[in-house]
Design a protein. Structure first.
Ligand SMILES: *Cc1c(COP(=O)(O)O)cnc(C)c1O
Length: 368
């Protein structure tokens, strides 16, 4: 008995090693979680109240149409409800897009070392991933991505904007120019997981075209990562295509309720954005104090330059020994950075103490 050719051909891979596993392996009871860009500021209390009040009805399936939430989202972005598709997070939506738009053996293009779930789906569905490196400043290289897409006749091009793990942001004009430079039959999968942290006036314009699927989430600014809920914005035609392979009851009922309440709590979101900006500023100041630099971030995390990949890895491990969990980019040229999520003032203090201690032996991080 064998699995499919595609699955037999896959190497076992773990796109994310969770902090729970790290704690189990080390016999630790708690960690300061600054590794997954979760919101340290939590979900809206209104979302928690709405979800708590509805918990008793968990015997019921959620609305397979996610109607109320889609209606609210369509009102926000000014589109039709039929152009909004809700799923259990961007991670699931990326899988649906790959399944719907990439043939087995087809080519997809992404930045080398960017958010890993897209690559995971591409190989998982039997596609081939081609990559272009980040620029030396740490942003996705739009010219190289477009050239790779044209050369490889790509079916899907993935761009995270704002980007993870770099935190960089490309303004509307640059994204539009990039979109226009792609082959006419390539789909742009625009991952806007961090769009809530960006200046709305600088986001790519609300464009509804069959060549574009944008995906967004309640996992980051809205603090609902554990609830698993996100949405796609696209044309009715594409939404209907994705509908054909969508899991009808894949969205948690409680998540639908929490997301709707969270969307209506604008004050909480504004507070999260202010706290996140304060955390970024503090990390930047800390990096300066220690003689190094950060990549300007438009997200809820900051990359700090450790001078070399080896030292970045060492620092990450030493922080873990001190109970602080962060991550680091895996591919050059960003692999010499560590990536730290925005924490509360307490978490930041713990991080800063541990970070100063583990880097204390080096006079300057940037010149090891
Ligand atoms: C966190 C993150 C996601 C995951 O979103 P979910 O809705 O939780 O699946 C997707 N893309 C990027 C770039 C992210 O950083």
């Amino acid at each position: 008995m064998r699995a499919t050719r595609v699955v037999e051909g896959l190497a076992a891979s773990t796109p994310f090693i969770g902090p729970e596993r790290l704690m189990r392996e080390r016999g630790m009871r708690e960690l300061v979680r600054l590794g997954a860009n979760e919101s340290a500021f939590g979900p809206s209390p209104r979302a928690v109240a709405a979800m708590t009040a509805e918990l008793e009805r968990l015997a019921w399936y959620g609305d397979p149409d996610s109607y109320d939430l889609r209606e609210a989202l369509a009102g926000r972005v000014t589109c039709q409800l039929e152009q909004v598709l809700v799923a259990s997070g961007i991670d699931e939506l990326m899988g649906l897009c790959v399944r719907a738009f990439l043939e087995i053996g087809g080519v997809a293009v992404a930045t080398r070392g960017t958010y890993p779930t897209f690559a995971y789906h591409v190989t998982g569905y039997g596609g081939r991933l081609e990559t272009a490196a980040y620029t030396s400043e740490g942003s996705p290289d739009l010219d190289a991505l477009a050239a790779t897409a044209r050369r490889e006749r790509a079916s899907i091009v993935y761009l995270a904007n704002p980007d993870n793990p770099s935190g960089t942001f490309l303004d509307a004009q640059r994204v539009v120019r990039f979109y226009e430079a792609l082959p006419p039959d390539a789909l742009l999968l625009l991952d806007e997981a961090y769009a809530d942290f960006a200046d709305p006036a600088q986001l790519a314009p609300p464009c509804f075209d069959d060549r574009l699927v944008r995906v967004r989430t309640f996992s980051k600014a809205y603090g609902l990562a554990g609830a698993r809920i996100g949405y796609a914005l696209t044309t009715r035609t594409n939404a209907e295509r994705l509908e054909r392979v969508r899991l009808q009851y894949g969205v948690n009922r409680n998540a639908q309720i929490g997301a709707l309440a969270a969307l209506q709590d604008e004050a909480h979101l504004a507070w999260v954005l202010r706290e996140t900006a304060a955390a970024r500023a503090e990390y930047e100041a800390l990096a300066r104090e220690l003689g190094t630099t950060t990549i300007p971030s438009c997200t809820n995390f900051v990359c700090i330059d450790m001078g070399s990949a080896a030292f970045a890895t060492e620092v990450m491990a030493a922080l873990l020994d001190r109970g602080v969990w962060i991550r680091k980019p895996g591919a050059t040229p960003l692999d010499r950075y560590i990536r730290v999520s925005a924490g509360t003032a307490d978490m930041r203090r713990t991080f800063a103490q541990a970070f100063r201690a583990v880097t204390a032996e080096r006079r300057s991080i940037a010149t090891p």
